[in-house]
Design a protein around this ligand. Structure first.
Ligand code: DP6
Length: 365
């Protein structure tokens, strides 16, 4: 990877393997400001806490689907989309969807990510949202999200279904800022848009420190969370943080949002590290980058703030008017503290959610 900023790949536009009338779904990834970490009930995909995220724009998955002409489920994947284990998970999930929606036809899928192969960015949110949307699009023959809603699959229903592929996928159905509330019963969970993308043009600059696959996947790691002595105190304080973050978003107050973002990411990683077994996603390099970012923020009065997911890579949030300065600063920091390493920075911003079309794919295209 070069030290330069990496733009996300543009639209692939065309299925390479499917022909004829095909459902074409795109779903964005999302970055959590308040993290979903730990489950009350894994079977029900019932999270331990409410979470809140920003939907991304360019980091997304495109999935095409059609009723299998040969009656056999197949997944054609473009490089870097699902790993072999995720591919199994995808097939299991499609079987689950079939049982829970009453559709019986086998499907052919093709799926592609806009993120560079093995960039180390979690793809399960966009991957499972796009898979859900493409499958329902193929089964119902719907040609848009509105059309799909008229078949009984509105966004809330789709969010609830996709959660069983991956919890974070349920927040990818709405644009802008999205809240997933745990409710007081697994069936009382809700997902809703807190504010649309137009409300606040935030950017997400993702510093790729490692693209290696995780040794422990997040689904397994969720199950260790409650063994951390910091888990219960974290849950006790999260309601208040959720309110502060929601207020900061409403008032476009980046200083408050940034302070909470950083505290939240560090808190989740503390829970991970103090769980049994201890999981360490944050590397020494991540720690170095976080420290340097804070120093530069102070020295240059540059309002940019970090958050992290279940991995070593660092997501930097800033307002669009500070994007160029933030990029320059991140290039300077990574060049200085990792002189012998190439750190790609992926640029993304707040986005407006998924899409569904019905397209005719011809062999000439
Ligand atoms: C750290 O959604 O990947 O990204 O539901 O088991 O598939 P499963 O877990 P997953 O967990 C994501 C955790 C996180 C924080 C977040 O996105 O809220």
């Amino acid at each position: 990877m070069s030290r330069n900023t990496t733009s996300l790949q543009s639209h692939l536009t065309q299925s390479q393997h499917l022909r004829g009338l095909v459902a074409h779904a795109t779903a964005p990834s999302n970055i959590a400001f308040i993290k979903y970490w730990g489950k009350r009930d894994a079977k029900e995909q019932w999270p331990a806490n409410d979470s809140l995220s920003m939907t991304l724009d360019s980091a997304r998955t495109e999935t095409w689907a059609q009723i299998a002409p040969d009656g056999v489920n197949r997944l054609f994947r473009q490089e870097g989309v699902f790993s072999a284990s995720e591919e199994n998970k995808a097939f299991e999930f499609v079987d689950w969807l079939r049982k829970h929606t009453g559709f019986s036809a086998a499907l052919h899928f093709e799926t592609w990510n806009s993120f560079p192969a093995a960039a180390g960015i979690a793809s399960s949110a966009s991957g499972f949202a796009a898979l859900t949307l493409a499958a329902l699009g193929a089964w119902t023959g719907a040609s848009s999200l509105e059309d799909l809603a008229s078949h009984g699959f509105g966004l809330s229903k789709l969010a609830a279904l996709s959660r069983f592929g991956s919890g974070s996928a349920c927040r990818s159905w709405f644009g802008g800022f999205v809240e997933w509330s745990a409710g007081d019963h697994p069936l009382a969970q809700t997902v809703r848009q807190v504010a649309p993308a137009e409300h606040w043009n935030l950017c997400n600059l993702i510093c790729i420190l490692s693209s290696a696959a995780k040794e422990v996947g997040s689904t397994a790691a969720h199950s260790y969370a409650s063994s951390s002595p910091f888990f219960a105190p974290r849950l006790a304080g999260l309601g208040e943080r959720q309110k502060i973050v929601a207020r900061a978003i409403a008032g476009k107050d980046l200083v408050t949002l940034g302070r909470e973002l950083e505290a939240e990411a560090l808190e989740m990683h503390t829970v991970m590290q103090t769980a049994t077994p201890s999981i360490r996603y944050m590397t020494d390099e991540s720690v170095q980058l976080l420290a340097a970012l804070r120093q530069v923020r102070q020295q240059q009065e540059l309002p940019f703030y970090f958050t992290m997911d279940a991995g070593p890579n660092v997501h930097v949030i800033c307002e669009s008017q500070d994007r160029e300065r933030a990029l320059l600063a991140l290039r300077e920091i990574t060049g200085r503290i990792f002189p012998s390493k190439s750190v790609a920075i992926i640029e993304d911003r707040i986005g407006s959610g998924p899409s569904l079309r019905r397209v005719e794919v011809t062999s000439k295209c």
